[in-house]
Design a protein around this ligand. Structure first.
Ligand SMILES: *Cc1c(COP(=O)(O)O)cnc(C)c1O
Length: 394
């Protein structure tokens, strides 16, 4: 089979834009129009019922937003893509499109904090059973899937402990019981991992992170089989979690450099993970590119790069983190990730701020865990910065 990864550097620059390039523009314009006018009511009707290409109303579709969807669809090698105001809107809308009372979902304990809240708080309220297995325990997950479920929900690598799940293996287990497999591909990006190619039915993204890459626009997306995405689009168009065209413009611009950014981010992450691993003030380092990472072998097979995200636990827990973080010069201490600037934060104030300390402990997230999103800066500058900040811990 043709490797769909080969051309992604070119696709991220060129794909998906053609329909939006009007008046000979070489760049996708922002169409800030809520509605579209038609003198011919028969044409208007044909567009409204989807028989003819065009736009009716901004909650449904928009030319700038459509260019974003088309670029991501091509990058993920999907049949269709629909977009959302945020990553969480993509995740919640996609789940709620398909789930009804009595259904069951099997997922992982350490998905993104917001996703975990949907599983623990909102879905049970609708009489939807959710079983969360230990992340990376493939046997346990297979046993739970075999009991029957509608959706197998994966996130790999996970946020913030960068654990890996074998997508291909879980897709096989899901197919046995007629379940769909959803994969949150935010951390890997289509540059490093192609879940649809591994048999997944739907790929989800927080475009806010690596896809946009500049921490200046929120967005989300679902890519996959046409019949599934059409149903999700219908749910979203009615429920209204629509992507803003100005956000779509920024995300499109960011995506042009996706390959360049991810390449530099993961080069930095690997060098930093190796440095931290040998450091006396560091208790543990989590990065799938390290040979002793629990599932380094699976990551090596299903990913073409290990990504820009790592996390590490400092000796001395929260006290050490309190001393260490303010000393970092080349890092925003902030809740986002995947940006051109290095961004750091404790899990307790970023990915898992919605959880209680007890919940975090149960999820295997130490209070002193630092999430590190490597930026595109020079590797040596980042290493020196980390070294001086670690030295400052008493
Ligand atoms: C940030 C994030 C989300 C949520 O995305 P928003 O755009 O913040 O709503 C979902 N999954 C992962 C893995 C994330 O990092």
């Amino acid at each position: 089979m043709k490797n769909p990864l080969i051309n992604n550097a070119t696709k991220s620059v060129w794909s998906g834009e053609k329909d939006a390039l009007v008046h000979g523009a070489s760049q996708v314009p922002v169409v800030n129009s809520v509605a579209y006018t038609y003198d011919d009511i028969d044409e208007w009707y044909e567009v409204a019922i989807g028989k003819k290409k065009g736009h009716i109303y901004g909650r449904n579709t928009n030319p700038t937003v459509q260019a974003f969807e088309e670029k991501l669809r091509i990058l993920e090698n999907g049949e269709a893509c629909t977009s959302f105001s945020t990553g969480m809107a993509a995740i919640s809308n996609s789940l709620l499109t398909f789930l009804t009372p009595g259904d069951r979902v099997v997922s992982l304990k350490d998905t993104y904090g917001g996703t975990n809240k949907i599983f623990s708080e909102f879905l049970p309220r609708l009489q939807i059973e959710v079983t969360l297995v230990d992340t990376g325990d493939h046997e346990q997950m297979e046993r739970e899937i075999a009991k029957g479920c509608k959706i197998v929900y994966l996130e790999t690598p996970t946020n913030p402990t960068v654990k890996i799940t074998n997508i291909d293996r879980m897709v096989k287990a899901a197919k046995e019981v007629g379940a769909m497999t959803f994969v949150d591909n935010t951390f890997a990006t289509p540059i490093n991992q192609q879940p649809l190619h591994l048999g997944a039915d739907l790929v989800l993204h927080s475009a806010t992170k690596f896809l946009g890459g500049h921490a200046d626009a929120l967005g989300g997306a679902a890519v996959g089989k046409k019949d599934l995405v059409e149903k999700i689009y219908h749910y979203r168009e009615i429920n209204g979690a629509t992507m803003d065209p100005n956000a779509a413009y920024l995300l499109l611009r960011g995506m042009k450099t996706l390959k360049l950014r991810v390449d530099q981010q993961q080069k930095n992450a690997q060098i930093i993970a190796e440095f931290l691993q040998g450091h006396e003030k560091v208790e543990a380092v989590y990065y799938p590119g390290l040979k002793d990472h629990h599932h380094h072998d699976i990551a090596s097979r299903q990913m073409t790069g290990f990504g820009g995200m790592l996390s590490f636990a400092l000796k001395g827990e929260l006290d050490a983190v309190r001393q260490f973080l303010p000393k970092l010069k080349y890092a925003h201490k902030a809740a986002n990730l995947g940006a051109v600037e290095t961004t750091v934060g404790p899990a307790r104030t970023t990915s898992h701020v919605e959880n209680t300390p007890e919940e975090r402990a149960a999820l295997g997230i130490p209070e002193g865990l630092v999430r590190y999103s490597a930026g595109i800066e020079d590797s040596t500058d980042l290493l020196n910065d980390l070294a001086q900040a670690l030295d400052a811990i008493e």
